[in-house]
Write a protein that binds this ligand. Structure first.
Ligand code: TRP
Length: 451
């Protein structure tokens, strides 16, 4: 029995919608700082390998699960096996942890847009501008609250569609700008060394931490292991070629992340010397490096303003889609009205996001596991809960419903070329590697090993 459910009209529509939600701060902000920190080329190489193996297998799995059951995560797992209901819940918890800090960064982007619009490029390019800014008690919180409120109003009024339309136009512009900024960065003296660092893998830098970081980034960037792609799949038409769509989403998402790295990493070498300290800046890297690039550019104020506006849009489409997910989970689970659910989610985002923001300043004494609050939420979701959810999904598909069930779903319209590879991946390779990664991640965080 086919339930009535709207579906994405044209083939490209599905890919664009899924890619639109996948492309966001994960690509532009998170990927470059992880690549810079974890050895450049070696991180890039590991990421690419993981994307075509794990990423491919998991995305096929989630989309096929959704399309087969026509349900989102909370319903899809128990529809196929009652015992796996918890997996739906587990995946649903993850976006509750990610969204608040995602919006804190959204607030930083908004601030930078204002900085560029008001022409304060040179002050933004100064070394201590960013760290000084996020340590303030009021301003970053205010920008965060504005950002969250804008997103919430969009969800409440149901105008996400409008923002999505706008972003379909903005996305290609963003890609062009990224190319332009990368070329400019690469022309700066000293940048070539950065290019080498980014593209040539240094195998002596290979470590469990690097693999773990790349894996967490893969989940994050492709919105995997949190039920999102299951929901997307539930709207996918049977006529759409699933395998091909997954490839296209992956290429798109990885392409943008790659370009973002190209834009930022060589610039770190050109403007900050490429020392370990400069490369290891973490979450602040984009905000420290790019203003220096713009400050050196003719019309840098304008270019910077346009750039941060585009990043803001990419971030907004992602966080609105995250917020929408949270609202629908609350509606389904607690049978609240949409309005009431929006209120609850809004309160949640503020309750977690404000401490995250203050964690860089007056609350920096709160250091769970020795991390800042942002890093702590990021770690818990990306390095712990997502691998657990992914392991559960592998066991569920590999040994309970069997890969055959989903292969059939992929094959409703043509051959699944990679099906042998897919089966082996989902049954053996992925779960074993994921368990290893999870153990390493937790041991390292608890200080039991240093890698
Ligand atoms: N993938 C998004 C990014 O790269 C972040 C994200 C994670 C997301 N989960 C999501 C976006 C769910 C929309 C919906 O920034």
């Amino acid at each position: 029995m086919e339930k009535k459910r709207g579906s994405f009209t044209d083939k490209l529509g599905f890919v664009l919608a899924a890619a639109g939600s996948a492309v966001g701060l994960g690509n532009l902000w998170r990927f470059p700082y992880l690549a810079a920190k974890h050895g450049g080329g070696i991180f890039l190489l590991i990421y690419l390998i993981l994307a075509v193996t794990f990423g491919f297998a998991l995305m096929v799995t989630e989309i096929a699960l959704g399309r087969k059951t026509r349900l989102s995560a909370v319903g899809a797992y128990p529809a196929l096996d009652k015992r796996f209901k918890f997996l739906g819940y587990l995946s649903s918890v993850i976006p509750f942890l990610i969204t608040p800090y995602y919006c804190v960064i959204g607030g930083w982007v908004l601030k930078y847009l204002v900085v560029f619009l008001t022409g304060q490029v040179s002050s933004a390019a100064a070394d201590e501008f960013f760290t000084g800014y996020i340590a303030q008690p009021a301003a970053p919180v205010i920008f965060f609250v504005i950002y969250v409120t804008v997103g919430m109003v969009a969800v409440l009024l149901g105008v996400e569609g409008g923002i999505e339309k706008a972003s379909k136009f903005m996305m290609p512009v963003l890609v062009v700008m990224t190319v332009f900024i990368s070329v400019f960065s690469l022309m700066q003296p000293g940048a070539m060394e950065g290019l080498r660092y980014y593209l040539l893998p240094d195998f002596s830098r290979f470590s469990a931490t690097t693999v773990m970081a790349a894996m967490g980034q893969l989940f994050y960037s492709m919105s995997l292991a949190m039920g999102i792609m299951i929901t997307y799949g539930s709207y996918m038409k049977k006529e759409t070629n699933l395998e091909k769509s997954v490839r296209q989403i992956e290429i798109f998402d990885t392409g943008i992340a790659f370009m973002a790295g190209l834009m930022i990493i060589p610039a770190v070498f050109a403007f900050s010397g490429g020392s370990e300290e400069a490369l290891g800046k973490g979450p602040s890297l984009m905000f420290i490096t790019l203003p220096k690039v713009f400050d050196n550019m003719k019309f840098g104020t304008l270019v910077g303003a346009v750039f941060f506006l585009l990043v803001l849009f990419a971030a907004l489409t992602s966080s609105i889609s995250l917020t929408e997910t949270l609202v629908s989970i609350v509606v389904d689970k607690f049978k609240f009205s949409r309005k009431k659910a929006c209120g609850v989610v809004y309160a949640w985002l503020l309750a977690l996001g404000i401490p995250v923001s203050l964690g860089f300043g007056i609350w920096s004494f709160i250091k769970p596991l020795g991390m800042s609050l942002l890093d702590f939420f990021d770690f818990t979701s990306n390095s712990v809960l997502m691998p657990i959810a992914a392991i559960g999904t592998c066991i569920f598909v590999g040994f309970v419903i069997k890969p055959k069930t989903l292969i059939e779903e992929v094959e409703v319209n043509g051959r699944f070329k990679m099906k042998k590879f897919y089966s082996i991946m989902i049954k053996y390779i992925a779960p074993v590697c994921l368990v290893a990664i999870l153990i390493f991640a937790v041991m390292e965080a608890l200080g039991m090993i240093t890698v």
